[in-house]
Design a protein around this ligand. Structure first.
Ligand SMILES: Cc1cc2nc3c(=O)[nH]c(=O)nc-3n(C[C@H](O)[C@H](O)[C@H](O)COP(=O)(O)OP(=O)(O)OC[C@H]3O[C@@H](n4cnc5c(N)ncnc54)[C@H](O)[C@@H]3O)c2cc1C
Length: 296
């Protein structure tokens, strides 16, 4: 080990309560899930200010996954690969492909759901996909009472993509709705690599259904990995006014509104081209939905 470095202390809790106690007593220690993001940070090693580690891998409760009637419930330590294996019987092809686009098989075997949702300052594919699907997350607050609550994934972040519970909560489970009695469609597109090129990449998720000649119940999420997490009820309401055929004028109206919203949502110094790409991506998707509808 290089001179001046010390080994971090590693806590190995066996229960969620123990992990919370470890964190309360060692505020600077960090939860460690798969470690793929933590270890990829510049200056991670060697670093004289290594933070202590609370390893979550020994907490069995966090590795459970099961399918109930209307949702799939997965612990925070379920890996992306395990989610795909379970989901291959349940998820639509588009959803399965969106999840399998994350990193490489090595990363998917190591990276966990909790780690994907809890990176403090970057928003990757999983946040966008799960927010679009109206998934919810159970979090346990880092406090003496260690209260837990269920929060929509969309409410875990601010508009600039910051995780609102960094260091103040442990994410324990997520629930992904799987009941498709209302014929919801799901679309996901990613431009560029969110990890390798976060200042140009765009991730988009859209869930909707079609009824009475128009788009209904839309839920749109757009993520610019290092600068924006965009979901807006007002914008979803605007999408739900779209009826077929979706003309160029209607698309223009929607895209102008999205551009305005994104410009006021993003972090400073965001690449304007990235916003432009997000707007164009939505246009392409609306054109696709229109063509598919008209083609019957
Ligand atoms: C080479 C490479 C390529 C990648 N490519 C892609 C890609 O194409 N698309 C994409 O979307 N992502 C990509 N990623 C990012 C990847 O999704 C994340 O690195 C990964 O999901 C993080 O999961 P982890 O379990 O390793 O988390 P960790 O690195 O262990 O933790 C990440 C953060 O979350 C916190 N944390 C972890 N678990 C919890 C919890 N339960 N509660 C509270 N906080 C917690 C940790 O303290 C840390 O701050 C890539 C990563 C790498 C290294």
């Amino acid at each position: 080990m290089p001179e001046g470095l010390r080994s971090p202390t590693v806590f190995t809790p066996k229960t969620v309560s123990e992990a919370i106690t470890n964190k309360l007593k060692n505020q600077d220690a960090r939860f460690w899930a798969g470690g793929t993001y933590i270890m990829s940070r510049p200056g991670f090693y060697p670093n004289p200010n290594q933070r202590d580690i609370i390893a979550l891998s020994g907490i069995q409760d966090l590795s459970r996954i099961y399918h109930a009637d209307r949702y799939l419930e997965a612990g925070a330590m379920v890996t992306i690969q395990q989610l795909m294996t379970m989901g291959s019987f349940i998820f639509s092809k588009e959803l399965y492909n969106a999840i399998s686009s994350i990193g490489s098989s090595v990363i998917r075997n190591q990276a966990t759901l909790g780690g994907s949702l809890c990176t403090s300052d970057k928003r990757f594919t999983m946040s966008c996909v799960l927010a679009t699907l109206n998934a919810t997350a159970e979090i346990r607050m880092v406090s003496k009472a260690a209260t837990s609550r269920w929060v929509p994934v969309s409410k875990l972040y601010d508009r600039k993509g910051n995780f609102l519970f960094a260091d103040s909560a442990l994410l324990t489970k997520i629930r992904i709705p799987t009941d498709n009695s209302n014929q919801m469609q799901f679309i996901s597109r990613t431009l560029d690599s969110p990890m390798l090129n976060p200042s140009e990449a765009v991730i988009l998720g859209l869930q909707y259904s079609i009824s009475q000649g128009g788009i209904t119940n839309p839920s749109l999420c757009i993520t610019l990995p290092n600068s924006c997490f965009y979901m807006s009820q007002d914008f979803d309401n605007l999408l739900s006014t779209l009826t077929f055929p979706i003309t160029a004028e209607k698309i223009q109206k929607v895209s102008r509104r999205l551009a305005t919203d994104l410009h006021i949502s993003v972090r400073q110094n965001t690449n304007k081209l990235q916003i432009e790409r997000a707007v164009r991506l939505l246009e392409v998707i609306l054109n696709e939905i229109n063509t598919n509808y008209l083609a019957g």
